[in-house]
Design a binder for this molecule. Structure first.
Ligand code: TEU
Length: 541
């Protein structure tokens, strides 16, 4: 039986960059509510909201100080209730971000824990130093070591992410009970599930120093361990199984086997995961060491995961990744063509597709010219680290342009007005609007039937009506640097999807009746135009 979350397409909203309703330059919840009709017109059935909880905002809301409160900059709990109600009226479900590897150090739990006030004493991972030094040699995700000495407690706390994101201690049985009550709070309010932030690093089995690595020294002590599987299982058993909801885990550094252990249905843990392998095909080790994009490597990675899991989340963008049209397509001459091709690719894969806000317009990477236009804590940390290591400013900046998370975080481009309709024309948006909003904006695209937006809408409707695309098996046909081709089959029906990654026309050995063609052609003669995407019904030459 197909579940509703296997039928729908999810749209990710990064609230601070989506729509400002009060002219303070920061997106907010009433702004989201005001755009529900837009989402309904596009055809999405689920919205994943990046965090809107109370937070100092050091990591843009991924540093939470109260899981059951809305941050005033985003609105009030009443605004949230209105959003849920209005979304429901449009058959749109809302999924929240569950960030429970860490809390902000401003969270009351941390404030009490650092003062050893029960029951919070061991809610975090506290350690005395070792001979006046840090407790171990681990390094974190944001390019710094993972320990901060807290004067009040007289001990160090562990943080795998930013300094103000202290890791919770799942060896204290109270912690998981707190998480359960947070989940119940939101599910009872009517949310339909959770995107679970870095969920495969929750459980740390030891705090021993370990072999020095280029990235994430210490990771064997927390990546996808049995203790984490046990937590996921318990959350499912005690909370999730009582609701009509789903979970998608953000799981970094997992193999297909580990992926299966996290989300195969009979394991009773997550419903699907975001893997990162296809996002790592244009880098060496870490994204800061860019490697020329190879469509072949992308295609092979996608194909590997398509067949590895019974069900998966599929995505090309999110708030941590550069824009796909700039990264995998051509955001200049073939902007529209490649944005549409990536749309076909995403929406023809097996699994639940996720569209990141603005992807449906082919929004591009930022157009900034200097480091002071960036906001992201990770980018700033890495820039500092690279500077310390002696990288010249021009090299560091090139890295930022390629890989900074702010590429995805520029405000949504609604119109060609100053500030792109994201906020009032005279307001100062929290992060600069891309000047290409004059050309790339929702209003213009909705008025143009040949636009990227219309193509997304058409593909969403096509997928919704196609059991083959929703339920069919995946078979790889070709993954080269010019072409990614695969077929989907279901109940005796077969479709062939062809995606060109090439700036020239190419001849391919496939024929058939056209279902969708990004160039709006009616017959397919075996020649794919630059970045063209075609879906054919049955037939190989
Ligand atoms: O991301 C976790 C994560 O793995 C990314 O930070 C990743 O390492 C990096 O972005 C890729 O370069 C999640 C959230 O999506 C991210 O926004 C948060 O900053 C992070 O967790 C901490 O909560």
């Amino acid at each position: 039986m197909e579940k509703w979350w296997q039928q729908q397409v999810v749209y990710q909203i990064y609230p601070r960059s989506f729509q400002d309703s009060n002219g303070d330059g920061m997106g907010d919840i009433p702004g989201i509510t005001s755009r529900l009709d837009y989402l309904q017109a596009l055809g999405v059935g689920v919205v994943w909201l990046s965090p809107v909880y109370a937070s100092p905002g050091d990591d843009n809301g991924y540093d939470i100080s109260d899981y059951c409160a809305i941050d005033p900059q985003f609105g009030t709990m009443e605004d949230m209730d209105t959003l849920l109600q209005e979304a429901k009226a449009r058959n749109i479900r809302i999924v929240m971000d569950l960030v429970v590897n860490h809390t902000s150090t401003s969270h009351e739990w941390f404030q009490k824990s650092r003062r050893r006030i029960p029951p919070y004493t061991d809610y975090y991972i506290w350690q005395p130093g070792k001979n006046g030094k840090k407790p171990n040699n681990w390094t974190g995700f944001f390019g710094e070591d993972c320990w901060v000495y807290d004067e009040i407690r007289g001990e160090y706390y562990l943080h795998l992410f930013a300094k103000s994101q202290a890791d919770l201690n799942y060896h204290d049985a109270n912690v998981i009970e707190e998480v359960k009550s947070v989940m119940r709070f939101w599910l009872d309010k009517g949310v339909s599930g959770f995107r679970c932030d870095v969920i495969n690093v929750l459980y740390k089995d030891s705090l021993a120093s370990s072999r020095k690595r280029l990235i994430l020294t210490g990771r064997e002590h927390y990546l996808t361990l049995p203790g984490t599987h046990a937590i996921l299982h318990e959350l499912r058993r005690d909370v999730l199984s009582g609701y009509d909801c789903f979970t998608v885990g953000e799981t970094c550094f997992v193999t297909p086997k580990e992926g299966r252990d996290l989300c195969e249905p009979e394991r009773g843990e997550l419903d699907m995961i975001f893997n990162f392998e296809h996002m790592e095909t244009d880098q060496y080790f870490v994204k800061w060491f860019h490697r020329k994009f190879s469509p072949r490597r992308l295609g092979e990675a996608l194909a590997r995961w398509q067949t590895a899991l019974t069900w998966s989340a599929v995505y090309l963008e999110n708030h941590d990744q550069p824009r796909s049209v700039s990264r995998f397509g051509d955001d200049g001459r073939f902007h529209d063509e490649s944005a549409k091709m990536l749309c076909t690719l995403l929406l023809s894969l097996r699994g639940t597709p996720y569209i990141y806000q603005g992807q449906e317009l082919g929004m591009t990477n930022f157009d900034y010219t200097s480091m002071d236009q960036l906001d992201d804590v990770e980018s700033k940390n890495i820039d500092r680290l690279l500077k310390r290591l002696g990288f010249p400013a021009a090299v560091r900046w090139r890295k930022m342009r390629h890989s900074s998370r702010d590429n995805a975080r520029t405000p949504m481009q609604w119109t060609d007005a100053p500030n792109a309709g994201f906020t009032t024309p005279d307001a100062a948006p929290w992060l600069g609007v891309n000047a290409n909003h004059a050309r790339i904006n929702a209003q213009a695209q909705m008025a143009d039937e040949r636009s990227v937006w219309h193509y997304y809408k058409e593909m969403l409707a096509f997928r919704a009506a196609s059991p083959v695309l929703r339920k069919g098996d995946f078979t790889l046909l070709a993954a080269t640097d010019a072409l990614f081709a695969f077929s989907r089959s279901y109940a005796g029906e077969r479709m062939i999807v062809l995606c060109s990654f090439c700036k020239e026309a190419q001849t391919v050995p496939y024929r058939g009746e056209i279902c969708i063609d990004s160039y709006a052609k009616s017959t397919f003669d075996g020649v794919l135009q630059p970045y063209e995407a075609v879906i054919l019904k049955e037939g190989e030459a």
